[in-house]
Every structure is written in C-alpha cells, then in structure tokens.
Design a protein around this ligand. Sequence first.
Ligand SMILES: *Cc1c(COP(=O)(O)O)cnc(C)c1O
Length: 402
Amino acid sequence: MTDRKDSGAPETWAASAGRRPEWTRNRQGTGGIVNPPLWRASTILYPTIADMDAANEKQDETLFYGRKGTPTTWALREALTGLEPGAAGTMLFPSGVAALTSAILSVVKPGDHLLIPDSAYDPTTGFCNGLLKRMGIDSQPYDPLLGGDIASLFRPETRLLILESPGSLTFEVQDVPAMAAAARTAGVTTLLDNTWAASHVFKGIPAGCDMVMQALTKYVGGHSDVMMGSVSAVPGHFERLRSATWQLGHCVSADDAALALRGFRTLPLRLARHEQSAMAVATWLKAHPLVHKVLHPAFPDCPGHEIWKRDFSGASGLFGVTLKVGSRADAPRFFDQLHHFGIGFSWGGYESLAIPTSPEKLRRVTRFESPGLSIRLSIGLEDPADLIADLSAALDRMETLA
Ligand SMILES: *Cc1c(COP(=O)(O)O)cnc(C)c1O
C-alpha cells in the first residue's frame, strides 16, 4: 500500500500513502479505520524497564516520547517521502521557515560559506543575514539563472547551495538538475525550497538535490488553517537532518498532522484546478493593455521558461504581474475594493489572495524592474470568470493613472 512504484497515478498514490495497516487496524487485526487516528501524546507508558530500553533504541519507529512522533505524524511523513522518490525520509516542522532554518543548520558550521539565490523567499535571506551571520557563516547571494556556472562561485569552504525554483515574487525557474550536479561534483550539499511545485509538478530529489523542503502551510495544507513545513532528504543527509531536528526540539501536533494529511489526499486534484484557473487568469491579464508582464513560468517571457517546460509536469496557482502604471503608493486603489481576492500573506489555500510586492528592494546582485505596480496573485478554487471580473474592475480603477 505504501510502495510508490505499485501505486499508479499521483491521485491514486495520494489516496493510499501513509495508510499502513499497523497504524489504522484494531488490535485484533480484524478491521480498521480509513485514516490514522489522532494520537495526542507527551508521555508514553512502558509496561517494563525492558520495554523502555527497547523503545529508546528505536526512537523513530516506536512510540517513545510525544516529541518524537506518533502514528499520526509517521503517516504524514511517509506520505511526503513518497512525493520525493529516492528520499530516505521526511521530518516535520512547526512552519515552513522552521523547516528551512533546521535544514540549513543540519549542514553548516562556523567558517562555512553558503550560496542563496537573489530571488529567495525573504525570511530565508533574513536567517542567513541574521543568526547565521552571527554564527560566523558567510552567505553569498547569486543570480538565480546561473545554471551549471554556479560552480564558479564555489570556494573550498562552500558547504551549502540553496535553490528555490521558481523564485519568490519574481518566478525565475532555475536549472536545478545542472546546479545540483555541479554541487554534487564539488561536495556541496543542496537544499531546494520546492513549495511552489509542492513536490508534485516538480520533484527535487530525482533532480539530484540532497534535501527538499516545502511549506506544507501552502498547497498541502491547502485550506489556510495550518502552519507546517517538511524536509525530505536522501540517505546520509536524512540521518543528519533528523538528528538536527531532534536536537532543536521541533515537533508538530497530531491535530495539525491530521489536517495536513487531509490536504494531502486532494493535493493532485486541487493543484490541477489551481493550475488551470491560474492559466486562465494569467492569459487574460497578459492581453490587458495596462499589464506590463505576467511573471509565470508557463509564459515564454518568464526567465527560465524553457527549463520549466523541460523539467516540470505542470504549474501551480501562484504568479506575479507587473503593471505599466501606478506605484506601491497606488496599491489601495487596486486592492481595497477586490471582492473575491483577500489581501493577505501566505498562499496555496482554496481562496484567492492578492498582495502588492516590491521585489526590487530585495535584490542584491541582480536587478528587478517594473514600470508600475507589482502584484502577486494566488489563484484559488473559485470560478476564474469571477476572478477575472474582479481584476478587470481593479484595472479599470488604475486607468486614470495611465
Ligand atoms: C511561505 C513560504 C515559506 C515559509 O512557510 P511558513 O509555513 O509560512 O513558515 C517558505 N518558502 C516559500 C517559498 C514560501 O512561500
């Protein structure tokens, strides 16, 4: 039931992943429930000292202590590992940021050098320039479109190459296979932030990455009611990641794991709809006279589009738009009267969201230019015609600025 190779299409796999009989059957083995139950735990009671000693030897496979997990979290971990063929396992974290920072900490030590894309998620950059800097780790931003030429930036002390594809806010698609291969040759560990693709329309471990994280807060959760992150890793890196996670004390509640697992079951279906609706909205925007650019990997003018076509099996529902008119100061005119789009952070939920962005402020070694207001849209599961009507009215309000 849990062997990916025998489980057919992604939708079929999503329906069975993590549902091990021993996590769902009754004690007699005569019947079972569909979902792993919510095991809420701190203390685990041992009948004897011998049982306690035995559990201590296998903390990741038996009920040992609440922080180390229960069948509810094991089921989610196993399901997520199945999304990244070749991974030895997956660890869970109380947020996507905690997943990122823990994966980084599992690798680096004082004096090390790491490389981070100029298009990285802003809190990732913040961690590099904050705590990591204080610990004596040198972070260097790089052009996300370098491809295999990334090797020219490797130094003897380079320990980690961070990848994020497509990039946050600006959606450049990276040549992950070429960059991961260059890193592996040089003995540099790779960590991919794969949140946009949800390890569904792109798989980082088969592409050669050592560790792949995603914010489960986004598409796996899918309903804007859970914060969680995960990191899946190849053998060797997984054991180091697990050790770091346990040392840092990260764990997630059974309740949150069950919510993430519920989202997991419909991930392929929802993503297909997010993709389809986002393409409809983006295509409409692209033809609008006030739109400067649509920043979406499926559009030929998106940097890295050819790589997206080569490596991805599809898209998700998050993309950017730059307008020919307006500025950040004009954002209220565009956003405040939207009906179907909420104004808010995060993305990947069933409901559409829109925010103004300022990517140019985050750039250090590359430039981002927009003649007008920059926007990020997360297209939800509403009818795209309603979303287009909403955006049409918002663009009409910008007309007087032209
Ligand atoms: C949201 C996000 C994260 C962090 O996830 P949280 O659960 O909000 O901490 C990491 N990477 C990317 C690309 C994201 O969009």
